[in-house]
Write a protein that binds this ligand. Structure first.
Ligand code: FES
Length: 113
């Protein structure tokens, strides 16, 4: 099982550590399974930028970024070198240790799923 630590830009949210993330799950899946709010307006098919996250550690355990993903990241709020799309960040290894920062979701026009 992989370990994923979620941190939040929104100051009133405390970090959450998930110890039972599965290989082949996306970071969006892991967030949803653990009631962590991450927008995903296109439903997780790499066609928006609302699931934008920052991968602070463990990016090497995630599936490589595609050109299409990079294009959508360019349209996200405050893209950085460590930016990814949560729905495209698939966990590849059983013993992965990954640390994510979730941008302030209040700044993103999302819709609840
Ligand atoms: S949910 Fe739209 S790109 Fe990830």
């Amino acid at each position: 099982m992989a370990k994923v630590v979620f941190k939040f830009e929104q100051e009133d949210l405390k970090p959450v550590t998930v110890l039972n993330a599965d290989v082949d799950e996306s970071i969006l899946d892991v967030a949803e399974d653990n009631d962590i709010h991450l927008n995903h307006n296109c439903g997780g098919v790499c066609a928006c930028s609302t699931c934008h996250i920052y991968v602070e550690r463990g990016g090497e355990y995630l599936e490589e970024i595609s050109d299409k993903e990079e294009d959508f990241i360019d349209r996200a709020i405050n893209p950085r070198l460590e930016s990814r799309l949560g729905c495209q960040s698939i966990i590849l290894e059983e013993d992965a240790e990954i640390e994510i920062t979730i941008p302030d979701q209040r700044l993103i026009i999302g819709h609840e799923h």
